[in-house]
Design a protein around this ligand. Structure first.
Ligand code: ATP
Ligand code: MG
Length: 291
């Protein structure tokens, strides 16, 4: 058991695929802390919260047991551990899929073909419920790592493992058969902390910030100048949050237009705006949007 100091704690992965995005999210929420991988606790200077850096596997149990009040963890680990925690929000990073892959030459073409096969995995709990839902009787071989090698070592016939691009599977002579779980990082809370008045106030404050930074994700703030008579034409090109802000410039006949545009369409929009008469187009990142 860890020593406690009465302050709230959020557990994040110490060193791995979720670490950078987790730290970035907390910083985007305005939390000021120095993140040192070698130290267990990083206290926030401006929020009554300590960041606890641990292995991702420990996060569900630590949050369930109240060692940490909050945690950021992949849904894959969360579901596998069956921890009793409260899920507050999906976070839009750490995306990956738990997939069943089979050797290239395997006769397995569909889920029902898995009947009687040995499936190697580090996710026996999730796999078991997937097989149950799909009414397939197969043998689950619980492994602790290097799952992709199991078919060539004849430890298993097929595997159920995390895939983000499929390259590792391909490199090991495997082809993907089906997706068992689509996962991303989520923010979770200890159920008792959710019922504690003081802690709940802090969680609610943090959640407003988390939602704000989620809203801002993938969006850009766009400012431009344009002749007043081109405003109607420009409005048709701008997919703004509500309606673009149009303010007169000191120069007669000219206006400034401000709006928010999604990252994935913003180059298309900028090109069209230019054609429609806009100039001096400025694009800036958005940190947060509070609704
Ligand atoms: P730890 O030392 O903390 O136990 P780990 O090696 O178990 O780390 P990582 O490989 O850093 O874990 O992955 C952490 C999480 O990142 C995974 O549980 C999953 O939710 C997510 N993730 C995203 N992409 C991938 C991927 N390509 N492979 C594995 N996990 C991924
Ligand atoms: Mg781990």
């Amino acid at each position: 058991m860890l020593a406690t100091n009465g302050r709230m704690k959020i557990a994040i992965q110490r060193n791995g695929r979720l670490t950078e995005d987790s730290v970035a999210l907390l910083r985007a929420c305005g939390l000021s802390f120095e993140f040192l991988k070698q130290s267990l606790y990083s206290p926030c200077r401006n929020f009554d919260l300590d960041v606890l850096a641990i292995r991702d596997d420990d996060i569900p149990e630590y949050v369930q047991d109240g060692v940490a009040d909050l945690g950021i963890i992949g849904e894959n680990i969360l579901q596998e551990r069956n921890a009793r925690v409260h899920t507050l929000a999906p976070l839009g990073f750490g995306g990956c899929k738990l997939m069943i892959s089979v050797p290239q030459r395997s006769s397995v073409r569909k889920v029902s073909d898995l009947k009687g096969k040995r499936i190697g995995t580090t996710y026996p709990v999730i796999l078991k419920s997937f097989l149950k839902v799909n009414k397939v009787k197969a043998e689950i071989i619980e492994l602790s790592g290097s799952v992709e090698l199991a078919p060539s070592l004849n430890v298993a016939d097929v595997i159920c493992d995390i895939v983000s691009t499929g390259t590792t599977a391909k490199m090991n002579g495997l082809r993907t058969l089906c997706t068992v779980l689509e996962s991303q990082a989520v923010l979770v809370a200890n159920p008792t902390a959710m019922r504690d008045k003081k802690k709940r106030t802090l969680i609610d404050r943090l959640m407003i910030r988390v939602r704000g930074s989620q809203e801002a994700r993938g969006k850009r703030y766009l400012m431009m100048n344009a002749p007043s008579d081109s405003v109607q034409k420009l409005k048709r090109v701008i997919p703004s949050l509500k309606s673009p802000t149009v303010v007169p410039l000191a120069q007669a006949g000219m206006v400034a237009i401000h709006t928010v545009v999604a990252e994935d369409v913003f180059w298309d929009v900028v090109e069209k705006l230019k054609q429609a008469g806009a100039s001096d187009i400025i694009v800036v990142p958005i940190e947060t949007i509070i609704r």
